[in-house]
Design a protein around this ligand. Structure first.
Ligand code: HSE
Length: 306
């Protein structure tokens, strides 16, 4: 039997639209084993009530993609997949990416197929579409994902301070990434592009040097958040209030609706309270989680059957 643990992710971090992503200590856990025939899926945890069939499909699709790519015919055997999910679904925390990466890594291990990280990411991308989620989910930590001129996925790992804390407010409503991408313009003006370039470089520099004071400015964005904010009541106020404290940076997590704040250990309670109270004032109930950065990425272990 194979056990797989895949971390949740928060993508963009404000200015790093479609390239920066951070893995979090909040996990999708899978146990996969071969059985005589058929597909048996047992699902527990976040999304078990409504969304398990969608997740199942993603995990299964990912397993099939690996088998197809390697030309292996396992159709005679079946699979049993147990899912234990801690990651809220469709909230901007990379839950689809974790299901896909889990399925791909699990299939590769179960069937003894040697795939490099790059090959696994290339298989995952058509299923997920967003490198800034799948790369940190597989690799862990803070990652910058990009494509070469030949359309190959590449990435860099960026150092993060040990006392970095990630405060996430997760509203009790969902937003689909598809819908949130449709809200974006196809072209951006040069000053807006420059605004984001400067902020993303500043953010990387701030995190590498524990330069906490600039995080509030470094996480500003003009490429996607202004167009997505109207779908999330209270978010502009949360941005304003947290920036005003000077204690943290704040952004939309992925395509939302969750909001993510990066701050130094010790400030997380104050930041979480601002998020919760401000959302509530706007009529939105939410959960607040304080998380640490996951540095391991996807971890897979083989458990002996005896
Ligand atoms: N970078 C993607 C977006 C992430 O913002 O649309 C989706 O989770």
């Amino acid at each position: 039997m194979i056990k797989i643990r895949v971390p949740a992710t928060t993508a963009n971090l404000g200015p790093g639209f479609d390239c920066l992503g951070l893995a979090l200590k909040l996990y999708l856990n899978l146990e996969i084993e071969e059985i005589a025939q058929g597909l048996v899926i047992e699902y527990q945890g976040e999304g078990a009530d409504k969304f398990s069939s969608k997740k199942d499909t993603l995990i299964r699709k990912s397993v099939e993609v690996v088998l197809k790519k390697t030309g292996q015919d396992k159709s005679k055997k079946g699979l049993k997949i147990k899912v234990f999910n801690q990651i809220p679904i469709t909230r901007g925390l990379g839950s689809s990416a974790t299901a896909i990466i889990g399925g791909i890594v699990g299939a590769a291990k179960l069937y003894n197929i040697n795939l490099t990280n790059q090959e696994m990411l290339e298989l995952a991308l058509p299923l997920e579409g967003h490198m800034d989620n799948i790369v940190p989910a597989l690799i862990g930590g803070l990652t910058l994902a990009y494509k070469t001129g030949q359309e190959e996925i590449k990435w860099a790992r960026i150092k993060t301070p040990r006392d970095l804390r990630v405060v996430v407010a997760i509203p009790d409503f969902t937003l689909s990434t598809e819908k949130m991408r449709k809200a974006l313009p196809q072209k951006v003006a040069l000053p807006e592009a420059v605004f984001n370039l400067s902020r993303s470089a500043l953010l990387v520099n701030a995190l590498q040097n524990s330069d906490w004071d600039v995080l509030a400015e470094a996480m500003e964005d003009r490429l996607h958040q202004p167009y997505r904010a109207p779908f999330i009541p209270g978010i502009e106020d949360i941005f304003l209030k947290i920036k005003k404290t000077g204690l943290a940076g704040v952004a939309l997590s992925g395509s939302g609706p969750s909001v993510v704040s990066l701050t130094k250990k010790g400030q997380e309670e104050a930041i979480g309270k601002i998020m919760k109270d401000t959302f509530l004032y706007a009529g939105v109930t939410c959960r607040v989680l304080v998380l640490e950065v996951d540095l391991e990425g996807t971890v897979v272990t083989v458990v002996s059957d005896e």
